[in-house]
Design a protein around this ligand. Sequence first.
Ligand code: C2E
Ligand code: MG
Ligand code: MG
Ligand code: MG
Length: 290
Amino acid sequence: LSKENGKNSFSFYNAELDKVMMRKLQIENDLKTAISNEQLSLVYQPKVDLQSKKVVGMEALLRWNHPQLGWISPLEFIPIAEETRQIIPIGEWVLNEACRQNKQWQEQGYPPLCVSVNVSVLQFQHGEFLETVQKALQTSQLDAQFLELEITESMMQDIKESRDILDSLMKEGVKTSIDDFGTGYSSLSILPNLPIDTIKIDKSFMDELEKTGQYSIVKTIIDLSQNLNLKVVAEGIETESQRQILRENGCLVGQGYLFYKPVAPNDFESILKEAALKGDQDEIPLLGDF
Ligand code: C2E
Ligand code: MG
Ligand code: MG
Ligand code: MG
């Protein structure tokens, strides 16, 4: 820092840093009581069939309504929850709530769908993860086939341990997918041996689907999933051309603002009702009274 601008820019920088630090400290501290104060909730983003646009599943996404700070993005508070290991109880809350809600929808007569829940690496590696999943299923009475766990690629670092956990989950009947595929640093060679069901193409790769004929990464991931007998789901679909190219290249399922944003449980119910009224009953059996 030069003498002339040194003092002022330094104190300005300090003030900004203070603000950032204070916010982080507050988030860190208030997260401890977010569950007991009932500030956490889940929203659901429909997954759709890219041909018929019918809802075939949903992803549960965590929301935190802070009394002073308002809605805080999971992109901001989940890394902090991971640092403080608060993610363990929070992740458990998410699992329980997603299973409970999904079971409730089934009991209300909505078509049974699979709910996908995001799982943090810390949760996944926590010694009691399997028990937590089993407990959530038991308490909610949700059939394991209607639960999917989305795990990011970075979790596959400790490959031996990860495989053991994934094996147990598979035996349990729970589905698993690799989230944000292509953004991590894992070696492709680990994939063939991992007991997973689905690869999710990260939304950052949707951009290339706008340039005609230049979708090499997405095409490669779809081909890879087909060669490995895995399902493939695209996230972050915002345009009709993205939907079309994905579909033409063999990706059957996706999610994104083109179809639906993540919505509160009530609105998700409305989406399901609307789909039923549009005459989807033929393909979705088990529709009862709403
Ligand atoms: P993710 O699991 O990859 O979820 C997809 C994110 O993309 C969501 O952001 C979703 O709202 C957003 N999205 C969906 N469609 C579109 C689209 O068409 N365009 C764009 N630009 N974005 C779209 P959200 O809800 O803010 O969540 C961000 C991330 O936070 C998630 O990424 C996930 O990694 C993490 N997260 C959310 N809920 C949980 C949770 O319960 N547990 C854990 N461990 N992580 C969570
Ligand atoms: Mg996800
Ligand atoms: Mg994702
Ligand atoms: Mg993502």
